[in-house]
Design a protein around this ligand. Structure first.
Ligand code: ADP
Ligand code: MG
Length: 418
């Protein structure tokens, strides 16, 4: 049965704002004040997909409510407010039950809506591969889901350097893997200026160029999943080549095929790209479900993005472009950026001083190193939007937010961060 209702135990002002957002997104928002009310609700309705709980106020009541979510064979994910301090001390990032999520005050009702939407979608789509491409829901006919079950290819590209491609690729990959329970392959396709592996402290890993060179003598062909090395945060990391001088073996078509095949083993294939329009990049563009375009609010970066938009028209991939306004807190509005660049913005990522550099110096992503920093909330919101909009099989009417990714490509609404 589609899980379309959300139980909410929040103080009145927050309840009103969050309910309004959820109703707008097409969900039933049901207020619950006590554990007894929640117990009755759970008996009466079987379509409660998420419960929003307040772990900051009235902790006892919250614990009782939480227990109810897992009573009698139920397994309803909780989205729980906790104090920032507690989140830090509990070390929840990454270790919580995969289906539960946590957030801290202050938060925006809109960002919560994206969290809920992503959670509901994940609850409906099992992540293991044992179903053989067919998901049979409680009611209704079986859905042939072979295509929607495959992972999404997300490439991060802007022809200008220094706009945040690598930073966004690394941290989006970590967020999807650690907090969202997704299987992620992070591919460093920038054989010249790339530093995905080095920023994750993974020097001297086996590369695709190494593996394919070995293939020539052994005859054993390895998949990208097999060649990749796993970072301690769980992300599978794949480097194309150690040196820009040994890339002849990376035949573009073969690379594109291997990336496409990797979708069977991963929920997300995130590709950090070198800033050029060469043959390798062109074949990867063709295979991408989404092209995240980091743009910083400065003239050279905006110019590069406008050029990309024009090239994308020529390559017939314009509807896959989604801008990420990076270093967004510098005075230029997202609306201005959308108008100027002519691309819908999926999210903004604020300027984070030296956080990304400091995390990279320790060989970690900022998601694990600085989990409670505001910029990580931005990365989380970006990922929630990616998840909420990527799943074509769960398309809802009245939501208005689908369309940048996957199946509903043609509607392409302009989506803004609040
Ligand atoms: N939102 C941000 N806040 C602070 N520093 C950032 C941000 N985005 C990127 N940076 C920094 O800017 C530099 C260039 O980013 P990078 O991701 O390497 O760009 P690209 O891959 O597009 O060349 C890096 O030192 C990175 O840490
Ligand atoms: Mg880079």
């Amino acid at each position: 049965m589609p899980r379309s209702a959300v139980a909410i135990a929040l103080p009145p002002a927050e309840l009103a704002a969050v309910s309004a957002q959820l109703v707008e997104a097409g969900y039933d928002a049901i207020a619950v004040n006590t554990a007894e009310e929640l117990a009755i609700l759970l008996v009466e309705r079987h379509d409660i997909g998420v419960a929003i709980l307040d772990g900051e106020n009235d902790f006892d009541r919250t614990i009782e409510m939480y227990a109810l979510l897992h009573d009698e064979g139920r397994n309803i994910p909780a989205l729980m407010v906790v104090a920032a301090r507690a989140l830090d001390r509990m070390g929840l990032a990454g270790r919580a039950r995969v289906s539960d999520e946590y957030f801290t005050r202050p938060y925006s009702a809109e960002s919560l809506r994206w969290r809920v939407e992503a959670m509901l979608i994940r609850a409906e789509v099992p992540t293991d591969d044992s179903t053989g491409g067919v998901i049979d829901t409680d009611d209704g006919p079986p859905v042939d889901n072979a295509d929607s079950r495959r992972g999404q290819i997300v490439i991060v590209f802007n022809p200008k350097g220094g706009v945040g491609k690598t930073t966004i690729a690394v941290n989006v990959a970590a967020m999807l893997q650690i907090r969202k329970g997704q299987r992620v392959l992070l591919v460093d396709c920038d054989t010249v200026t790339g530093h995905v592996a080095s920023s994750l402290g993974m020097e001297n890993v086996r590369t695709v160029a190494d593996a394919w060179t070995d293939d020539l003598t052994t005859g054993v062909v390895e998949s990208f999943a097999e060649i990749a090395s796993t970072h301690e945060n769980g992300v599978a990391v794949l480097v194309m080549a150690e040196s820009p001088l040994h890339t002849e073996i990376l035949e573009p078509k073969r690379v594109a095929e291997a990336i496409t095949t990797a979708r069977q083993a991963f929920d997300w294939v995130v590709v950090d790209m070198h800033p050029d329009y060469g043959p390798l990049n062109q074949v990867i563009f063709e295979r991408a479900d989404t092209i995240l375009v980091p743009v910083t609010p400065d003239v050279p970066a905006i110019r590069a993005a406008v050029q990309l938009r024009e090239v994308a028209v020529e390559l017939d991939i314009r509807d896959r472009l989604a801008m990420v306004v990076n270093r967004a807190n510098s005075g230029v509005s997202v609306e201005d950026m959308e108008r100027t660049v002519g691309m819908p913005a999926l999210a903004e990522v604020r300027s984070a001083g030296m956080l990304f550099v400091r995390a990279a110096n320790e060989g970690r992503s900022a998601v694990e190193r600085f989990p409670k920093e505001k910029v990580i909330d931005d990365i989380e919101e970006l990922c929630d939007r990616m998840i909420a909009t990527a799943e074509p099989s769960v398309a809802k009417t009245g939501s208005g937010f689908l369309g940048i990714f996957g199946g509903g490509r043609n509607t392409n609404p302009s989506v803004r961060a609040s």
